[in-house]
Structures are given as structure tokens and as C-alpha cells.
Design a protein around this ligand. Structure first.
Ligand SMILES: [Zn+2]
Length: 136
């Protein structure tokens, strides 16, 4: 085992970067174990974590992340809940207001989320966000 000491480099897991990275030892707990280390990549100093068995790494469970599709669907549901007025068939000639429901032949039912300019609206559809022309 190589010598350890304050100012020496050690490769350990950075709690901020979530990666095995080179750290500089700032404080030693005892001659063989560092107490605090500073990540050379992100510059944060944190407690040195004693390495667990390699097995622990592969079995580490990840938090389920909300997919972008799910996020869009949530957005859509929220927008639909707040939407007002009757569903209007989409037509480039129609003028749409924020919060109105648009029935698009290709994208389906959407809600106007934003007016980008006089002729452009951003519409929240179930599976995508689209910029549509209107008021032409
Ligand atoms: Zn880091």
C-alpha cells in the first residue's frame, strides 16, 4: 500500500461527482485512513468514505427518475385541468388564446401554453410540445 498523508493523492468516490476521482487528502484520521479529502475535479471537500466491497457498487439501486414522457404527460394533465372554453379545431387561420384547448389533426388534443408572438403559439400536447402558427 502506498503511503497516505495530508496533501497526498487518493482515488476515492466523490459524493458530489458520484465518480471515482482523484482527491487530495486534507485531514488524516489515522496513519492509514484519511478523514477529509478534497475532490480535484469539483473542488469540494468531503468526508473520506471507506470503500465498501466492490459488490455494493453494482447492486446500488437508483432512484426511479421521472421520464421526459411522464413529465410531458403531467404538464399536459395540469394544463388540461386549467384549460378553459371549448375545444377548438386547429386551423392556421384561427386565433388561439393561452389556456384554450386545441384539437390538432396530427398531434391530438393540446392546450395553448404560451403565445410566442402574434402568429405563433406553443401548445402542450400529450406527448410533445409544439410551436404552431395561428391567426394568419
Ligand atoms: Zn467531485
Amino acid at each position: 500500500m502506498s503511503e497516505l498523508g495530508v496533501g497526498k493523492e487518493i482515488v476515492t468516490n466523490c459524493s458530489k461527482c458520484s465518480l471515482e476521482l482523484a482527491h487530495i487528502i486534507e485531514v488524516m484520521e489515522n496513519p492509514t485512513t484519511p478523514l477529509r479529502v478534497k475532490c480535484k475535479t469539483c473542488g469540494s471537500s468531503h468526508k473520506f468514505k471507506v470503500k465498501k466491497a466492490a459488490k455494493a457498487k453494482t447492486t446500488r439501486t437508483r432512484k426511479p427518475r421521472v421520464s421526459s414522457e411522464q413529465k410531458l404527460l403531467n404538464n399536459w394533465e395540469e394544463a388540461m385541468a386549467k384549460a378553459k372554453g371549448e375545444t377548438q379545431k386547429y386551423s392556421i387561420k384561427e386565433k388561439f388564446e393561452i389556456g384554450e384547448i386545441v384539437d390538432h389533426p396530427k398531434f391530438g388534443i393540446g392546450v395553448v401554453g404560451k403565445a410566442l408572438d402574434a402568429n405563433k403559439i406553443e401548445v402542450i400536447f400529450k406527448t410533445s410540445l409544439k410551436v404552431l402558427m395561428h391567426n394568419k
